[in-house]
Design a protein around this ligand. Structure first.
Ligand code: M6R
Length: 607
C-alpha cells in the first residue's frame, strides 16, 4: 500500500525522502512523488512508475533543494497510476500526501466543485488537499480538526502549508504512521524501516492526535491544540535487518532467517520445558474452560491459522474455526463471550483483520493478537498480544512470518492440551523439546533442498498451471504453496485436498501437467500414494515431497524431495521451506520482480 515519508532537519530533504521511500518500496506502489520546500516555495515532483522514474524526471525538471519535505509511493485505488494522480497533491497553500481511502470523497468533492474549486486528478486525496485549503483560515490545527470531522474513511496524512514552510503536520486514522525522533531532525513514515538509518526512536501517533514537526523537534497535540505527552518507542530492529545483506532478494534472505526467527519466537516462552503463554489473562484455568476458538486472518497468516486448527484440535480437542477476515466481518459470526478469538497478522495493520478484531471485541470474547510488529494497531487494540520475533519482513511474500506464526500455534496447542488434560505434563514436555529442536532441522533442510528446488524451478518455470495436492496438514501447506507460487511467479495454481480431486478437478490433469504432491503425514501416506497414482495415470508430472524413510516405488513420481524424520505435527515447519524455495526459484527463473510482485502490497491497509 502507499508509503509516506516526511523530513525536517539539516540534511538535503530530497535525498532523505528518496532514501526513505526506497525502504518502503516493499509495500508495493505504482507511482511516487515528493514535495520539498525550496527557497521558501514548495517544489513538487511526481512520476508514474518506480522511484528511478521519479529520479529521472527530477534530472529533467530540476532536483528540489531544501531541508523540509514530504514524499509518497502510491498504490493506485482511485484513478489509474499516472503522473497527475500521484501524490503529493496541492491546492494553493496546502500540499499533502495520503495513505488510506476517503470513503465520502465524492460528496466532499461535490461540495468543493459547487464552491468553484477545480480538480486535476481522479484521486480521493486531492479532495483532502482542496478541503483543507478551504478550511484553512490561518489556524492550522483548527483547519485539520475541521478536516477530520468532515472525512470518513482511513487516512495517514503528511501536510505542508506554504505559509508555514518550516513545519510538517501529520495525522492518522486506521492507517499506520510513526514520527521518527532524532537530535536535530524529525521524520514521519508509514513504517520504521524508512527511518531506521537515522533513528530507532519514534512516537506512535494515535487517532485524534496531530504531530507538528519543526526544526526544534516534535510536538504532539490533541485536536484542540493541547499538548500531549507521548511515550518514546525504541525499535529493536537494526538497519542490517532491513537490508538484503548480500542476498539477491529479501525473500531468499528471509527464508534463510527462519531458523533464527523460530528460535527467537520459541525460546522466550519455554519455562521448565513447558510452553508459557505471555498473557496473564490466559492462565490454565481459563484455557481449560474454553469450548471454542476462532482464528481470523488473511492470506498466509490465515494459512498459519489452519496449522493452528489442526494442532489444537488434534492435541487439545477444542473445536477451532478458521475464518478469512474479509468474510468473517460480514457473516454475523457466532462468537460466545467465553470463546477465544485469535487474530493473526504479520504487519498488525491489515485493514480487514483489524476490522474483524474490532467486531470480535464487541462480542465480549477475549481477543489474542499474534503479531510481528510491536506497536501496530492490531497489537494495541487486542486484549492481549503474543509477538512473533521474525524481525522485519520486507518481501511481499510472507515466509519467515508464516513459520513463526505456526510456532506460536504449536506452543498454544501444547499449553491448551496441558490445561485441558488431553496430554500429560510429560507428553507436553516431550513435544515441546522436539519443537525446540526444529529450528536446527529447518536450517539443514533449507541447505539440503535448495538445489532440488532450483532444479524443480528450471523444469516448471514455463508451465501455465500447476497443482498442489495433500491431505491434513499437508493440504494446508499445499494451499500456502499454491498462494506463494501464484503471487510471485504468476503461474496459475490450485491446491486440492488429494481425495477431492476425483470430484471434478482431475479432469484438468492431462499429459505433462505438473502436480506437487505433499505426503509427509504417516497415517495418510498410503491414501496419498493412491491419489498420486490416479494423477500419474493421467500423465501428470509428479513431484513427490515425502519423508526420507518413506517406501515408495519410483514409478509414482518424476521428482522426489525428501524431508528428515520428525513427528507429523511439526512437519509444516520443514515443508514451509520447500514451498517457499520452490516459489522463489520459479519466480527468479521467470524473471519476475520477486520482492515486489505486480499488483500486490506488503501491508494491505485498505479493505
Ligand atoms: O500482515 P498480514 O499478516 O496481516 O498480511 C496478511 C496477508 O496480506 C499476507 O499474508 C499475504 O497473503 C502475503 N502476501 C502472502 O505471502
Amino acid at each position: 500500500m502507499c508509503g509516506i515519508v516526511g523530513y525536517i532537519g539539516t540534511k538535503n530533504a530530497t535525498d532523505v525522502l528518496i532514501d526513505g521511500l526506497r525502504k518502503l518500496e516493499y509495500r508495493g506502489y505504482d507511482s511516487a512523488g515528493i514535495a520539498v520546500v525550496d527557497s521558501g516555495k514548495i517544489a513538487v515532483r511526481k512520476a508514474k512508475g518506480r522511484l528511478d522514474d521519479l529520479e529521472a524526471c527530477m534530472q529533467k525538471t530540476g532536483v528540489p533543494k531544501g531541508n523540509c519535505g514530504i514524499g509518497h509511493t502510491r498504490w493506485a485505488t482511485h484513478g489509474e497510476p499516472s503522473d497527475v494522480n500521484s501524490h503529493p497533491h496541492s491546492c494553493k497553500r496546502v500540499t499533502l500526501v495520503h495513505n488510506g481511502i476517503i470513503e465520502n470523497y465524492i460528496q466532499l468533492k461535490e461540495e468543493l466543485v459547487n464552491d468553484g474549486y477545480v480538480f486535476l486528478s481522479e484521486t480521493d486525496t486531492e479532495t483532502v488537499a482542496v478541503m483543507l485549503e478551504k478550511l484553512y483560515k490561518g489556524d492550522s490545527i483548527k483547519a485539520i480538526d475541521e478536516l477530520c470531522k468532515k472525512m470518513r474513511g482511513s487516512y495517514a496524512l503528511g501536510i505542508i502549508f506554504s505559509d508555514r514552510p518550516e513545519e510538517i503536520y501529520a495525522i492518522r486514522k486506521d492507517s499506520p504512521l510513526i514520527v521518527g525522533l532524532c537530535e536535530d531532525e524529525s521524520f514521519i513514515a508509514s513504517d520504521i524501516p524508512a527511518v531506521l538509518k537515522y533513528t530507532n526512536r519514534y512516537y506512535l501517533i494515535e487517532e485524534n492526535e496531530i504531530a507538528v514537526l519543526n526544526k526544534s523537534g516534535v510536538c504532539v497535540v490533541d485536536r484542540e491544540g493541547k499538548k500531549i505527552e507521548k511515550s518514546v518507542f525504541e525499535a529493536k530492529w537494526d538497519i542490517e535487518a532491513a537490508e538484503k545483506g548480500g542476498y539477491p532478494h529479501f525473500m531468499i534472505k528471509e527464508i534463510n532467517e527462519e531458523p533464527k526467527a523460530l528460535k527467537n519466537t520459541i525460546s522466550p516462552h519455554i519455562e521448565n520445558g513447558m510452553p508459557v503463554i505471555p498473557v496473564s489473562e490466559l492462565g490454565d484455568e481459563r484455557l481449560a474452560a474454553l469450548n471454542k476458538i476462532h482464528i481470523v486472518a488473511c492470506g498466509t497468516a490465515m494459512h498459519a491459522g489452519l496449522i493452528g486448527k489442526s494442532a489444537i484440535e488434534e492435541l487439545a480437542r477444542i473445536p477451532v474455526e478458521v475464518s478469512i477476515a474479509s468474510e468473517f466481518r460480514y457473516v454475523n459470526p457466532i462468537i460466545n463471550k467465553d470463546d477465544l478469538v485469535i487474530i493473526i497478522s504479520q504487519s498488525g495493520e491489515t485493514a480487514d483483520t483489524l476490522a474483524a478484531l474490532r467486531l470480535a471485541k464487541k462480542s465480549g470474547a477475549y481477543t489474542l493478537a499474534v503479531v510481528n510488529v510491536v506497536g501496530s494497531s492490531i497489537a494495541r487494540e487486542a486484549d492481549g498480544a503474543w509477538f512473533t520475533w521474525a524481525g522485519p519482513e520486507i518481501a511481499v511474500a510472507s515466509t519467515k512470518a508464516f513459520s513463526v506464526q505456526c510456532a506460536i500455534m504449536y506452543m498454544l496447542a501444547l499449553r491448551l492440551s496441558f490445561a485441558k488434560g488431553t496430554l500429560s505434563e510429560d507428553e507436553v514436555k516431550e513435544k515441546t523439546a522436539e519443537l525446540m529442536s526444529i529450528p536446527d532441522v529447518v536450517e539443514k533442510v533449507i541447505e539440503q533442498i535448495d538445489p532440488a528446488c532450483r532444479e524443480l524451478a528450471c523444469q516448471n518455470f514455463s508451465t501455465t498451471d500447476l497443482f498442489f495436492i495433500g491431505r491434513g496438514m499437508d493440504y494446508s501447506l499445499s494451499v500456502e504453496g499454491s498462494l506463494k507460487l501464484k503471487e510471485i511467479s504468476y503461474i496459475h495454481s490450485e491446491a486440492y485436498a488429494a481425495g477431492e480431486l476425483k470430484h471434478g478437478t482431475i479432469s484438468l490433469v492431462t499429459d505433462g501437467v505438473p502436480v506437487v504432491a505433499i505426503a509427509t503425514q504417516k497415517p495418510l501416506f498410503e491414501k496419498m500414494i493412491s491419489n498420486i497414482k490416479e494423477v500419474k495415470a493421467r500423465g501428470a508430472m509428479v513431484t513427490l515431497v515425502c519423508r526420507e524413510t518413506a517406501e515408495v516405488s519410483n514409478d509414482v513420481y518424476d521428482n522426489i524431495v525428501k524431508m528428515p524424520e520428525i513427528s507429523d505435527l511439526f512437519m509444516p515447519l520443514l515443508l514451509a521451506a520447500f514451498i517457499q524455495l520452490f516459489a522463489y526459484y520459479t519466480s527468479v527463473e521467470r524473471g519476475c520482480d520477486v520482492d515486489k510482485p505486480r499488483n500486490l502490497a506488503k501491508s494491505v491497509t485498505v479493505e
